[in-house]
Design a protein around this ligand. Sequence first.
Ligand code: HEM
Ligand SMILES: *[C@@H]1O[C@H](CO)[C@@H](O)[C@H](O)[C@H]1NC(C)=O
Ligand SMILES: *[C@@H]1O[C@H](CO)[C@@H](O)[C@H](O)[C@H]1NC(C)=O
Length: 520
Amino acid sequence: MLENSQILVLLSLFSVFYVVQKFVDFRKAVHAVNDWPGFRTLFDDRFLLFPLRARGINPGPQWSFDTKYRDFADAGRDVLAAVNAFPRVRITFYVADPVVTKEVVGARARFPKPLQAYEILKTFGSNILVTEGDIWKRQRKIAAPAFSERNNRLVWDETVHILEDVFQNVWGDKAEIEVPHIMDLTVPITLLVIGVAGFGRRMLWNEDKIAPPGHTMTFKEALYEVSHRLFLKVIFPGWMLRWGPSKFRYFAQAYEELEKYLAEMVHARRTAEVKEERHDLFSNLLDANEGEDDSDARLSDEELVGNVFLFLVAGYETTAHTLAYAFILLALYPDEQEAFYQNIKSVLPSDRNPTYEDFSSLSYALAVLNETLRWFPPVVHIPKKSAEDTVFNVTNPSGEKATIAVPRDSTITICVPSLHHNSRYWDEPEAFKPARFLGNYPRDAFLPFSGGPRGCVGRGFAETESVAVLALVVSKYRVEVKDEPQFRGESFEQRKARLLKSQHSLTIYPERAPLVFKRR
Ligand code: HEM
Ligand SMILES: *[C@@H]1O[C@H](CO)[C@@H](O)[C@H](O)[C@H]1NC(C)=O
Ligand SMILES: *[C@@H]1O[C@H](CO)[C@@H](O)[C@H](O)[C@H]1NC(C)=O
């Protein structure tokens, strides 16, 4: 038997050994990157038990959204090499350098995705965001063609249709419409768009809530609930959702309902005598899956559902949040809004609605979208890893050339807001100037949709929808910040900070931004 004192000695010895080992590993990692500047912390930015920024402890979750280019400017480097101690000693390269970014997103085999970072997005089935290698390749090859030109046209036409319904039947003949929080407008719009252009279901803003036979919820209710609380599915096991508090049970019910609707849609399409010509993403996926005997060219039913859910997750929040920021920025910068309005008028001199053919002429709207995405890229950090020992050749802001050693298995995180505010490439990065995108802009320093083979497959979808929404709304309404008595005395900077104050879930979004839409 060991005496208490002996146990104590053993424990102390063990602790000393552990600390020394950690220290040695940490020094080794710092040495492996030749002490390249960057954070030296206890934890890395993904450590959820301490999700705050604190010197020496954690750089902070999605820290680059808050500090933009500042940490890079302070270090005089466009790539930082961070080393953290717990739970395991790890090296992370944070990148705000366009040349390195281009190399990393362009070489899928050398810089694959760290799949453990995507585990949570796998819950509803294997899909193209959470896979790598051959599985990803097969799925992407089948899924990418669903985002066709025909689908973009459908996105456009249906977006216009949805807005017409809002203008006529929801906003009616009111000269001023107060929107207590801009997300109350952009979230339902994008939901209706993904409903019809993603799932082939036309829905209205004010729809009656009578569920069809065999269902306990309408498609819209189920879609709305699932997309809003999908994080529950990610965090809690199925039994807890089914038997937990009523909020959980409602979500579980909505999820089951949505699965049932999807199964019915698959069945209806597979058994239809004459196929309707439809170009929503789901129909496109089903069509691509049919008539192929070769199992390499097909998605399993699980993958089919996984990808459709992924389109919902990937395509709806991102676009809703981006449009919310765009309206806030237009309200904060009336001169920019006026320039945009004049451009719309020059493309559409009469009062007719813009058509898909106008998309390319409405480049100013795309510039407004791009400038919004430059400030508020919904996906803040894009993670990759290094599959091999390699180097980054960089030029420091001081002009001196340097080589950074990148050991195998290092994490590489592209800091999109930092890249988008890198003052070596952008003039006045703090200014809202959509027109900068109409001339020559630093293309490689702009990456809201990631790039290369793993870039966003829904970019055309998002751009089409956003341009239609921005052009149509601004052509008919002037957007202003709501005048609230308690904020009368604030300065422009205070107002800007108040309206743009953000939160993050999977993506970033504005906390509270009351706007007014005044008919022109
Ligand atoms: C403003 C809107 C959007 C932004 C900013 C955006 C951004 C991104 C980014 C940064 C990635 C790469 C993620 C990573 O590497 O971890 C990505 C991937 C993806 N996005 Fe988007 N996205 C948007 C809209 C959409 C839409 C509308 C859809 C579909 C309807 C969509 C579907 C996807 C899919 C399926 C992937 C995975 C591609 C792959 O890994 O092969 N996105 N998106
Ligand atoms: C906007 O950005 C995209 C890249 O995301 C680019 O292809 C497009 O040309 C840009 N257009 C304008 C007008 O800013
Ligand atoms: C980086 O520079 C070294 C020489 O300094 C060269 O051998 C190597 O090919 C370069 N790597 C890349 C990826 O450009």
